[in-house]
Design a protein around this ligand. Structure first.
Ligand code: SF4
Length: 274
């Protein structure tokens, strides 16, 4: 326990420190035997991965309880404007939250609406984007804004087919806009979400081999009418608890039934939203 707490203070952001402090007060020992739900599913890459109804409810409840207490307060969670949410999602691709926050504010003060962005010079947009990197993103965002004005009168569409028809918006970004802006029960699957679902419900092999099944799982697990909270919660959980390296398994609310428990370390992969 002391080693984990030390690691937290060395490497984690303030929100995670708060989470650890809270969870460490509530932690009880977890034996392998207590994970009786391990026998629930098949887990082969090409086969169905049914989720036991009780396990599904436990996962949903524990995740949402954890999020209510420890979820991060992020600026794009204070808006339902689909344009602002789209900007945040594009910025978050391959980039850490703490680097995105100041640029998110600066970008939106310069281009407060889709129309403002569409009317801007693409080169100026790229300069405003600096130093976030991956410079294809400001051009893509500008092109999405132009297409949105031309085809949808400046309103970001909410239908998945329309969203994904905009060049630069893939399945993940469409799901994020639908759930965070339009409060729909739309699934998302980025690297964080994939890692959490793969560890909890599969526990072996390469998560990428299960991608199609994990998309199905991401959709099936959303409690009806709670797509917004559930998706925000699982992203925070992947960023703060079930991290790529050194996840906090001993303090984790899923440890009783997690198929990967305990994980000591795993390689970090690039964030891949689509
Ligand atoms: S027990 Fe560990 S691997 Fe499983 S969900 Fe929790 S942090 Fe992730």
């Amino acid at each position: 326990m002391m080693a984990q707490l030390y690691a937290v203070y060395c490497f984690q952001a303030k929100g995670t420190v708060q989470w650890i402090a809270g969870m460490s007060r509530n932690t009880k020992g977890t034996s392998r035997r207590s994970r009786g739900l391990r026998s629930g599913s098949t887990g082969r890459a090409g086969s169905a991965i049914p989720i036991d109804a009780r396990l599904k409810r436990q996962f949903q409840r524990r995740l949402l309880n954890w999020y209510r207490e420890y979820g991060r307060d992020l600026p794009w969670r204070r808006t339902t404007d689909p344009y602002k949410i789209l900007v945040s999602e594009v910025m978050l691709q391959q980039t850490q939250v703490d680097r995105v926050i100041p640029k998110y504010h600066e970008f939106l003060s310069r281009y407060p609406t889709v129309r403002d962005l569409a009317a801007a010079d693409p080169e100026e947009v790229r300069q405003t984007w600096y130093p976030l990197g991956y410079n294809i993103r400001p051009y893509r965002l500008h092109s999405i804004a132009c297409e949105t004005v031309a085809r949808y009168g400046g309103e970001i569409p909410r239908e998945p087919e329309q969203l994904q028809s905009l060049k630069g918006i893939g399945r993940y970004t469409a799901g994020a806009v639908r759930s965070f802006a339009f409060n729909e029960d739309a699934p998302i699957l980025d690297t964080n979400v994939m890692r959490v679902l793969h560890r909890v419900f599969i526990g072996h092999g390469d998560p990428r081999a299960f991608k199609g099944r994990l998309w199905q799982m991401s959709e099936a697990l959303i409690p009806k009418g709670k797509g917004y909270d559930f998706n925000q919660a699982i992203m925070d959980f992947g960023a703060m608890v079930c991290t790529a390296r050194n996840p906090y398994c001993l303090l984790c609310p899923m440890r009783e039934f997690c198929r990967a428990y305990p994980v000591s370390s795993s390689p970090v992969r690039r964030r891949d939203h689509e």
